[in-house]
Ligand binder design. Structure first.
Ligand code: NAD
Length: 455
């Protein structure tokens, strides 16, 4: 047996005819993480990147911690509107003297800062990114890139004008699991893929954004007026500050929070970099009726030129975050750190379903002709080119580190990031289409020339 055949599964004729074989023949493969080195070469004194962070909350604290694990990265300043996060930034960096401020523009004024990590609520992304690009700083900005369509294009323009490196923070696109999925997709192993589905389902208060509020939250510890710049004025409300995802003034609900990860992953794997042509949504607010503006269940059907995509987020049942590609030659599913590829059995077979409705003579003639056109190989010649394969990232693997490494590498080399502002904008527009269709109870279509949603 040759090497190339060594992983093929040789199957008995009777077993092939019985079908449903592939799950029994699975090859498990551990994926090798690439080195997290930011430059692929030793980091010299001149290679050191001095970083400022804007927003040190739930995500920003993780982004900062991850950045500090990468070679040649140093945090030299942190901005946040809540004083508790100044203390947190000092604790994460281990530097009690770290410069902290409520005003992110102080970081922009600093000549010693090379780039910014931005993890503020979504409605603040545009202003911080535009200001950073104007100040000559490269930016890693959290997902979803934009709060609305106009913001996204303003950010694209600012990056272009300032010639800045931008990375949007949907970290899965830097994962080795997604890299493997992209290879399988582009190799043709799946055949033609016309349908992709993904979901992101949770069943907990935290999953539904009902986060505990720090006991010291007050107008003394939080710059509430600054938080509301760009949003409607209202009296201090700690729930709005810490649970901002629930409110359309600051976030985009489930689509902005979770569809964006699914869409970014689908874009990366399929090589798509455009907004969907149209979207139709259904859903409702069934359970988390705490005054929020958004549904706790949303399903959206998207039209892309080459395939259709069905996404769902449900905050009323824990179902993980699978993405499934249905191809004519195979099915590929990603769930967490695991990718499973299951080939479809496309072995040629005589018609089995309608033939029983034919008279015996015609059936016999059909079978004789089929047999003549399909000479039967011996049982040991039956093969399936690839059995089911499972690829898994090692325990502790961090796609956030990989994504940040991709950004820092781009800052050094001036080569594009994996998820630049154009990619990020296209993924975010998909989220805005979903919400538009849901709230306006219409089919949302994307007018690329006018850069606007119609419906
Ligand atoms: N990539 C991911 O997997 C992922 C996960 C979670 C959140 N996120 C994204 O990260 C961003 C932050 O989310 P979060 O969960 O950390 O929210 P958060 O509320 O925990 O943190 C946001 C922080 O930003 C600060 N802030 C708000 N406005 C500011 C301003 N103008 N200047 C300076 N600081 C300001 C707040 O004080 C707060 O500390 C969002 O865009 C979110 O969608 C991404």
């Amino acid at each position: 047996m040759t090497d190339s055949l060594s992983r093929r599964k040789f199957l008995q004729t009777s077993a092939i005819v019985a079908g449903g074989l592939f799950s029994a023949n699975t090859t498990a493969i551990a994926l090798e993480p690439r080195t997290p080195s930011v430059s692929g070469r030793p980091v010299g004194a001149n290679d050191r990147l001095r970083v400022g962070i804007v927003g040190v909350g739930m995500e920003g604290s993780g982004v900062l911690s991850n950045a500090l694990t990468l070679p040649g990265v140093e945090c030299v300043g942190a901005a946040d509107l809540y004083d508790g996060r100044h203390t947190l930034a000092k604790q994460i960096t281990g530097n009690p003297g770290l410069q902290t401020t409520r005003n992110y523009k102080e970081l922009l004024d600093r000549k010693d800062i090379d780039c910014l990590l931005v993890a503020v609520p979504d409605f603040w992304h545009k202003q911080v990114v535009v200001d950073a690009c104007q100040a000559g700083k490269d930016v890693y900005c959290e997902k979803p890139m934009s709060h609305n369509v106009e913001d996204g294009f303003a950010m694209v323009e600012a990056a272009r004008k300032g010639n800045r490196i931008v990375q949007i923070g949907s970290q899965r696109v830097s994962s080795i699991v997604y890299e493997k999925a992209r290879q399988l997709y582009s190799s043709g192993a799946l055949g033609d893929v016309f349908y992709i589905e993904g979901s992101s389902d949770r069943n907990s208060a935290s999953g539904a954004w009902v986060y505990p509020i720090p006991p010291d939250a007050s107008e003394q510890t939080i710059d509430w007026n600054e938080f509301l710049v760009g949003a409607p004025k209202r009296p201090f409300d700690a729930a709005r500050f810490f649970r901002w995802r629930c409110f359309s003034d600051y976030g985009e609900g489930l689509a902005g929070d979770l569809f964006v990860h699914l869409l970014s992953g689908i874009y990366f794997i399929s090589g798509t970099n455009e907004a969907p042509k149209r979207a139709q949504s259904s859903g409702g607010l069934f359970r988390w009726k705490d005054g929020r503006d958004f549904p706790d269940l949303i399903e959206t059907l998207y039209d892309y030129p080459k395939f259709r995509v069905a996404l769902r987020c449900n905050l009323n049942n824990a179902g993980g975050e699978p993405i499934k590609f249905h191809g004519t030659k195979g099915t590929m599913e990603i769930n967490g750190q695991t990718l499973v590829f299951v080939p479809q059995d496309t072995t040629p077979r005589p018609e089995g379903y309608t033939l029983k409705s034919w008279p015996a003579r015609l059936r016999k003639e059909y079978m004789a002709q089929w047999d003549a056109e399909h000479p039967q190989p011996g049982p040991l010649d039956y093969q399936v080119d690839a059995a089911a394969e499972t690829f898994t990232a090692p325990q502790g693997y961090s796609d956030v580190s990989a994504h940040e490494a991709n950004f820092f590498n781009a800052v050094r080399t001036r080569k594009p990031t994996v998820e630049n502002e154009v990619f990020g904008n296209h993924a975010a527009i998909g989220c805005h289409l979903a919400n538009y269709a849901y709230f306006k109870n219409t089919i949302a279509t994307w007018d690329a020339d006018a850069k606007m949603i119609r419906g």
